[in-house]
Design a protein around this ligand. Sequence first.
Ligand code: GUN
Length: 284
Amino acid sequence: MNKGNIIDGKKLSQETRIRLKEQAEKFEAECGRKIGLAVVLVGENPASKIYVSNKIKACEEVGLKSFAYYLPETASKQDILNLVEALNDDNSVDGILVQLPLPNKADEKEILARVSPKKDVDGFHAVNAGNLLLGNDSLSACTPSGIIELIKSTGCEIAGKHAVVLGRSNIVGKPAAMLLLQNDATVTICHSKTKNPAQITSQADILVVAIGRKEFVKSDMVKEGAIVIDVGMNRDNDKLYGDVAFEEVAKKASYITPVPGGVGPMTITMLMSNTIKAAMSGKR
Ligand code: GUN
């Protein structure tokens, strides 16, 4: 078996963005305006600032109009809700993204619930999460959608494979499991209370790791020939590390995503894709 193939998320992302740009241009020609994405950043979280700036750059690349709103750390829940409501009513805005985490984490649920499900390009609203669960067409969360595209890019079939998702967050683990299920994988979710996760991960044909712990997955946790998708973004001394010990796991995996350059670029590309999808649905 061919081992250690690196799934190039940057390349897949660039190829996908070319197609998205064509769709965005077609929309503009037909509707007389650019597709618009509003990005809301509250406070000064350094990682969030980088993500937001990358999202705005991606809009330029694909030909979307970005509306950036920077609110101070001191912004109240009501200030944020007022902005979200104004964006819900703004016809030039097709997608709304509130960058997480918010300085006041306790406000997140209510604020995300207020984003119109039609403009919820993060796929975090209960309506979109519920539609994903039901297998209905929906705006689904960007990182999990990117994960599916990365797996498909290997040419390997997902149907019938045992996919193990390490992590059960609402942003990655749960929606990734649902999308894998929608693609006919047999899905197991492992989390912090799972007994002996290594025994389960080592049976995975497809292993998705999203637990936020630097190089947690070592080669003895991985099956020979598995496809390994590393969602981790762990910063240590200004260097970025995945949740997977890349060097040793690459020797065993058939395909593996690097960090950086794997899942990250595809997440933002799927955000562009969702924004175009939201705009097209709004047109009908
Ligand atoms: N913070 C970390 N990941 C994400 C994401 O996908 N969307 C938003 N809005 N915030 C995030």
